[in-house]
Design a protein around this ligand. Structure first.
Ligand SMILES: [Zn+2]
Length: 459
């Protein structure tokens, strides 16, 4: 059974879905105004791993919702700068389309399957449900209007007896919490639910007691509204990077009336060459310059999701080498021909491996231990049973471990020639064929008790 570290209880807890065999899971998605950077990708890879473990190890169905923030300050300032002559709402929509497509292609390249995400709802398609939620908070007098904006009142909320700060121990300095565009709020901890329109910014009507307050939603309200709409008032798991814990997730919970998800799972930061990644540091890396994004995925999985991860080019190369070694090992069984390697692994190591691998993942997604358990097999065991185990591993880790391309008849004939010349001890000939296999077909052969086992040469 899966145990997960829950940020709400600050402890590891056994996970059990609310609704029998179906898990409801919400992940805070990207703001679509630029390429997603690798720090954010770590969050999505963590969420993806979790949903794969829930499906493949635990046997649950998963309804995974990942939202798209398609209106916010950064997007608006970007369209003001880049498209000053275009109608703002139209420019915003176009930018959202472009970067949503890029986001999907980026996450697919790190092994996240689009089909596993049930829906990628966009904020601007859910203005109505956000307004309904804001109206409810206004009716309950937990929200108030000031200068055309609507704010969440922390005082009013606490007066209802609810606790604010369930995820973090709040001990904040009021001076640090003042945000420049929210200076009409009453309390320092209050936050915007609806932001009054400024100039010609994209805006929506918001009618409250016969008056219109044109504006746009605050960021926190989108996730509360969309998670409730798609997953209900209380759902199983909410995921995100640790930087979303406060204030974003704390505010989501408050807007939902104090209860939203049973489990909050937060992954730690990704540091680049020892520094926390942020746009202002100028060390933002995207997938653009990575030749094998799945090596980055492996690198992410090599660290436990609750540990800091230090990204560097050297560590990326090391992960790539590790991945290619694992792939070569899987190749040697995928490319073996019928009867060449045994069906069953009589050593029992494959079974031992699978149980250690799954046990590690069930313990709060301990991927470093799960990956280390591959050493039980790698280079030691060759069988169809082992290959089937590696396919299970691939279904969970998604690192492109098993390559399903078969050998062509030409390649197969050449390998048979190689084997025959070796048998006849014609080593000059066999070396020539070995070279041809590498140079012409990018295939490498190793001589084993099963005959020549083949793997693909990768850069
Ligand atoms: Zn969110």
């Amino acid at each position: 059974m899966l145990s997960l570290y829950n940020s709400l209880t600050k402890s590891k807890k056994m996970f059990k879905p609310i609704n029998g065999s179906k898990v409801s899971m919400y992940t805070c998605g990207p703001t679509v105004y630029d390429h997603v950077h690798i720090g954010n990708l770590r969050s999505f890879i963590t969420a993806d791993l979790l949903q794969r473990v829930l499906r493949s190890v635990e046997g649950y169905d998963v309804d995974w919702i990942l939202n798209i923030t398609d209106v916010d300050d950064k997007m608006i300032s970007k369209i003001k700068k880049n498209n000053p002559d275009e109608e703002p709402m139209q420019a915003l929509g176009k930018m959202a389309d472009t970067y949503t497509d890029m986001f999907i292609s980026d996450i697919e390249s790190v092994g996240i399957r689009r089909a596993d995400i049930k829906k990628l709802p966009r904020a601007t398609d859910h203005i109505n449900s956000m307004q309904e939620l804001i109206k409810r908070l206004l009716r309950e007098k937990i929200a108030y209007i000031s200068e055309g904006s609507v704010y969440f009142s922390l005082d009013a909320y606490k007066k209802t007896g609810k606790e604010y700060g369930v995820l973090v121990n709040l001990d904040y300095d009021p001076q640090q919490r003042v945000v420049d565009d929210q200076d009409q709020k009453n309390g320092v901890g209050d936050f915007a639910l609806w932001k009054a329109r400024k100039d010609d910014e994209p805006s929506w009507d918001f009618i409250w007691i016969d008056k219109n307050y044109p504006g746009r939603p605050g960021w926190h309200i989108e996730c509360s509204a969309m998670s409730t709409e798609y997953l209900g008032n209380i759902f199983d798991i909410h995921t995100g990077g640790i930087d979303l814990k406060f204030p974003h997730h704390e505010n989501e919970i408050a807007q939902c009336g104090g209860q939203q998800a049973k489990f909050f799972i937060h992954n730690e930061f990704l540091n680049v060459e020892g520094e926390k990644m942020s746009k202002s540091l100028g060390n933002v890396t995207t997938l653009n310059d990575m030749s094998d994004p799945l090596a980055f995925r492996l690198q992410v999985l090599q660290a436990h999701y609750r540990s800091h991860m230090d990204f560097s080019v050297d560590s990326l190369y090391a992960a790539k080498e590790r991945l290619n070694n694992l792939r070569s090992y899987a190749d040697s069984m995928t490319l073996a021909w019928p009867g060449q390697i045994p069906e069953q692994d009589n050593s029992g190591l494959t079974k031992k491996f699978l149980s250690e691998f799954e046990e590690a993942l069930s313990d709060d997604l301990n991927t470093p231990a799960a990956l280390a358990s591959l050493n039980i097999l790698e280079g030691k065991v060759y069988s169809q049973e082992t290959l089937a185990a590696l396919k299970v591993v691939e279904g969970i880790l998604g690192i492109g471990l098993v390559d399903n391309r078969d050998l062509t008849s030409e390649e197969r004939a050449l390998i048979t020639d190689y084997d025959n010349t070796r048998e006849l001890k014609e080593y000059v000939k066999s070396d020539k064929i070995r070279k041809e296999l590498i140079d012409k077909y990018s295939l490498s052969v190793s001589d084993t008790q099963f005959g020549p086992l083949v793997s693909r040469v990768r850069d």
